[in-house]
Design a protein around this ligand. Structure first.
Ligand code: NAP
Length: 485
């Protein structure tokens, strides 16, 4: 990798402040999805390395939990600054290993860094309570304490931000972390570990293990010193980790799959809705958990919306994410290509029309054409499953009640979007959508200042915002007797 700061490129795991190889010396190769070129190798760690990392994290946590809030705040602030100082290089790493357009990667680093800034501030605001006494010689207190060592597993689609959203609140309140990044994108996580060292994280506080998901995941979920699991990824893996964590009754946070509806009412600003849908659909080539997966347009404006949306979609520039003009990078894998084709073929077979795209891109490899499907109906696979690719299925609807029912008819409940200019409808529909997050007249909702997370099979818990520390804290009630003389 051609980086300005070559120190950011680390190709070993990070345990107890040391850069380590797998005990058996085995490695996995990392490929650039845009070119299929090798970016290097990282260690294939397993159970023994995970146990060593947990022991290091436990030792570090027992000391870190006794530090004061200002000290914890200051190392997080340092990390925020270091990330922004290395923003260009860190973004390049994301684009090389994940394929994302460089402008989006620059944005992801700013977003990831913002969690370190936000939680450096929240570290100083972990308040307890004094509750009115229930007996005259008693006093009743509530204090909040760090939960302990946190096990953290993250996906490839936001390799820096998903880690930051978990590490920052954990460290802020006095926890330590053992993290396993996705196998496709380990270099972003290892660069973060390197910067955490410079920021002043004591050894053992943050440990990053690359390697075997099942073996690392099994140890993290079973080990009694891990008091919390925080996971971002697919619903199926989330359910498995929840089950595995049951035996030791761990606190679990899950940020899982989505199936976002994007509703456009006839009274909406049509141009704004088209632009919002483009962002909500095609960010990271449709590979985000909050991507619009079902676009519902009211029948009176259906044709006009489809025409404008299709025109803009067909103008999107596909290419290597390192090229400045690129708006759509490659997909992450052959499996992703297969799923996108499956959803398009199924929709076509059941009567949908391909308005633009529909095929692998002539650039070859993992590039796919940004695609619009019209005449989509609820019996199609794409109406039921997360596509995780650049396909926009456009459904037609008649009225508010009907579209809310159809939007909610899914096991998922992460993000939903709708466009309207009617104040009453804005409130009604916001309240009736069974989702953890709602974008009203906007296609972008993520910020470190608001609670990110889903309901139903999209997850448990919230990340970011003032609520983001709660999942890393235990509440302790202290009852003090004998106050009276
Ligand atoms: P994934 O297949 O569930 O993988 C996520 C992570 O889990 C990877 O590090 C993976 O490693 C690991 N993993 C897989 N099996 C495991 C096991 N048995 N034990 C422990 N770890 C295991 O998801 P993905 O394809 O990378 O990411 C896409 C999914 O994430 C989508 O469904 C998307 O909606 C969701 N997502 C949700 C959010 C949110 O905030 N709600 C944000 C981003 C993405 P291996 O690959 O080595 O198996």
């Amino acid at each position: 990798m051609d980086l300005m700061n070559k120190n950011l490129l680390k190709d070993t795991s990070y345990v107890d402040g040391e850069w380590i190889n797998a005990n058996d010396g085995s490695c996995s190769e990392i490929l650039n999805p845009a070119t299929s070129e090798s970016l290097g190798f990282v260690p294939n760690c397993g159970s023994a390395e995970t146990i060593a990392a947990i022991e290091a994290a436990r030792r570090a946590q027992s000391i870190w939990s006794k530090t004061d809030a200002k000290e914890r705040s200051s190392v997080l602030k340092n990390l925020h600054r270091l990330m922004l100082e290395n923003q260009e290089d860190l973004a390049k790493i994301i684009t090389l290993e994940g394929g994302k357009p460089i402008s989006e990667s620059i944005g992801e680093i700013a977003y990831a860094a913002s969690f370190f800034e936000w939680f450096s501030e929240e570290a100083k605001r972990v308040y307890g309570d004094v509750i009115p006494a229930h007996q005259h010689d008693r006093r009743t207190l509530v204090i909040k304490q760090p939960i302990g060592v946190v096990g953290c597993i993250t996906p490839w689609n936001f390799p820096s931000a998903m880690l930051a959203r978990k590490i920052a609140p954990a460290i802020a309140v006095g926890c330590s972390v053992v993290a396993k990044p996705a196998p496709e994108t380990p270099f972003s996580a290892l660069a973060l570990a390197y910067l955490s060292e410079l920021a002043g994280f004591p050894k053992g506080l943050l440990n990053i293990l690359t390697g075997d998901a099942e073996r690392i995941g099994a140890v993290l979920t079973e080990n009694k010193d891990i008091r919390k699991i925080t996971f971002t990824g697919s619903t199926s893996v989330g359910k498995l980790l929840l089950k595995q964590s049951a035996e030791s009754v761990k606190k679990v946070s899950l940020e899982l799959g989505g199936h976002a509806p994007f509703i456009v009412f006839e009274d909406a600003d049509l141009d704004a809705a088209v632009d919002g849908a483009l962002i909500a659909k095609y960010r990271n080539s449709g590979q985000t958990c909050v991507c619009a997966n079902r676009i519902y347009v009211q029948s009176g404006i259906y044709d006009a919306f489809c025409e404008r949306f299709t025109e803009k979609t067909s103008g999107l520039v596909v290419g290597n994410g390192l090229e400045e003009k690129t708006q759509q990078g490659p997909l992450i894998s052959n499996n992703a290509m297969r799923k996108v084709s499956l959803h398009i073929d199924d929709a076509k077979n059941k009567g949908a029309t391909v308005a633009t795209g529909g095929n692998p891109h002539n650039l070859g490899g993992l590039f796919f054409e940004p695609t619009v499907l019209t005449g989509v109906t609820d019996d199609m696979l794409i109406a039921k499953e997360e596509t995780f690719g650049p396909v926009a299925p456009i459904f037609s609807f008649e009225n508010e009640q009907e579209v809310v029912k159809r939007a909610n008819d899914t096991p998922f409940g992460l993000a939903a979007y709708f466009y309207t200019s009617d104040l009453g409808k804005s409130w009604r529909v916001s309240e009736q959508l069974d989702y953890g997050m709602v974008g009203l007249n906007t296609g972008i909702i993520s910020t470190e200042m608001a609670p990110f997370g889903g309901i139903k099979e999209s997850g448990i818990g919230r990340e970011g915002s003032k609520y983001g520390v709660d999942d890393y804290l235990e509440m302790k009630y202290i009852s003090i007797a004998g106050i009276e003389e």
